[in-house]
Design a protein around this ligand. Structure first.
Ligand SMILES: [Zn+2]
Length: 500
């Protein structure tokens, strides 16, 4: 939804998303912007949920804890589930998944044991879902701008966003990470300033983060220094962590000049990382850009040489078939955000069937909690299927299997990680979710309808276990390693401070 925000921001001296560092200096002393989560971390660790048969390490530094955790459980066996592999044949198997040292070591019938076994009878074992567009720290603004005309919603969002401190961003990001883990999401793409704080939440929670530091024109931001240099520094600093893939992000054509786009691309090529941007989200964005440059946004980005396989672009609602073909030709992936697009009532539906037919890799994204309001990809999968059926008058368009592809293997491909993520196959990283099928809303169950069941009947709350890189982050439906109640309490406190 930030695209719409920024349409309005064009008239402002500063872009609201980047006013926070200034706002932090204005804050009352009771809200210390420099306070960070180390304090929270130590409290969290003291009250950590103790998983069965796992020795809980005493270290209070997140990375140490994580290493110790991994050392304690080097193998996991998911026993007796229905495995929705998402392999090339889209096979559904009955059996076991063995995880060793973070990698899927066997799929099928596994003899012998493991450090820990998870009973998956009556459950589906699926690839962890991948959320390809959002602004995770904006969970703190959830519910603050509902059922409003766009302009009014933007006013609320700007005012709130400008008050956020670094500490708020840490807590908001951690809250969003927990929400995603609990609903089976194992990877997410984030577009934000202060991605270093989001990175901290990633390390705390153990989710996999593709983190894009937002770049925009220097005269439209209050980021200290130059945004593109900030992004470069962030990328250099975060490259080494196994769960963090740094990226360079761009706000959109309304906030980024040709020079900014090309400078960002230059950094991405030099550092060998990917790019992420908002693109053609609303009619206003497209018409304004056309008025200014004589070209539609995709055409313009193609002309300046920005489009490439490094790029994933969120939304792409208002694109022509020629623009779709340009995206396909340049290998650009699209993050489709149907719930956000519908809730903001911006009109239009991204032409996903045409994109796929032309060879564009399309993935699914929630966008932020201001415009969704949840980060539950199960809900978004269902909405995605229904939106396209309803608007095309065609019940067979966007079938369940396609939608599940958008949230798993196609999303992995969109991020250039299809060889490692997105399916349950030997040799891939063990990013998995276990979904309970023994619920009233998922009964009766037929194995050959498993995919439909997951898309149309199941919910994020049905997720019993979530495993990221071989480490169980949710077990028995509860977050492991972080005190969820503590995070919820902190988020509520901040919300009251901000809005109460
Ligand atoms: Zn967005």
């Amino acid at each position: 939804m930030l695209a719409q925000e920024s349409e309005d921001r064009r008239t402002c001296t500063h872009v609201a998303e980047c006013t926070s560092d200034v706002a932090a200096e204005r804050r009352p002393s009771s809200r210390n912007p420099e306070q960070d989560l180390f304090q929270l971390s130590s409290e969290v660790h003291a009250a950590r949920v103790v998983p069965r048969r796992i020795r809980v390490p005493s270290a209070s530094i997140p990375l140490s804890r994580d290493r110790a955790f991994r050392a304690a459980v080097s193998s996991l066996l998911l026993r007796g589930g229905w495995i929705l592999t998402q392999n090339a044949k889209r096979e559904v198997l009955r059996g076991d998944v063995l995880v060793e040292d973070g990698t899927i070591a066997a799929v099928g019938t596994v003899r012998g044991g493991a450090d820990r076994e998870i009973d998956c009878i009556g459950c589906a074992v699926i690839p962890g879902l991948i959320n390809t567009h959002g602004h995770v720290a904006n969970t703190l603004l959830r519910g603050r701008a509902d059922d409003m005309p766009l302009e009014k919603m933007l006013e609320v969002a700007f005012a709130a966003d400008a008050k956020l401190t670094r500490r708020d961003v840490q807590v908001g990001a951690l809250l969003g990470c927990l929400e995603m883990l609990k609903s089976g999401t194992t990877s997410f793409v984030d577009l934000f300033y202060w991605e270093d704080e989001v990175a901290r939440a990633v390390r705390e929670s153990g989710i996999r983060g593709f983190l894009a530091w937002t770049v925009l024109d220097p005269d439209k931001t209050t980021q200290r220094g130059t945004p593109v240099k900030n992004a470069e520094q962030f990328v250099k600093k975060q490259k080494e962590h196994r769960l963090i893939t740094p990226m360079v992000g761009l706000q959109g054509v309304y906030a980024c000049s040709e020079e900014t786009y090309l400078a960002a691309k230059d950094v991405a090529e030099r550092e060998e990382v990917n790019l992420h941007t908002h693109l053609s989200e609303t009619r206003v964005e497209v018409y304004e850009h056309e008025k200014r440059t004589g070209m539609r946004p995709v055409e313009w980005l193609d002309k300046i040489g920005f489009l490439s396989p490094r790029l994933s672009a969120a939304h792409c609602v208002w694109v022509t078939i020629n623009e779709v073909r340009a995206l396909a030709r340049r290998g650009v992936a699209v993050a489709h955000c149907p719930v956000s697009n519908m809730k903001l009532a911006s009109g239009g539906v991204a032409p996903v069937p045409e994109m796929r037919a032309e060879g564009v890799t399309v993935a699914l994204g929630t966008d932020s909690a201001i415009s969704n309001n949840a980060l539950d990809l199960f809900a978004d999968m269902k909405v995605c299927a229904l939106l396209h059926k309803a608007t095309r008058w065609d019940a067979s368009v966007m079938p369940a299997q396609t939608v599940l592809d958008l949230a798993t293997i196609d999303a992995a491909n969109a991020l250039g990680r299809g060889r490692e993520l997105g399916s349950v196959e030997v040799g891939k990283r063990a990013d998995l979710a276990v979904v309970d099928l023994r619920t009233p809303h998922a009964t009766p169950f037929y194995p050959d309808h498993l995919c439909s069941q997951l898309v149309y009947s199941c919910r994020g709350a049905d997720v019993r276990a979530t495993i990221v890189d071989g480490v169980m982050r949710v077990g028995d439906g509860r977050v492991i390693g972080v005190d969820e109640a503590e995070v919820l309490g902190r988020a509520q406190e901040i919300a009251v401070e901000l809005f109460g």
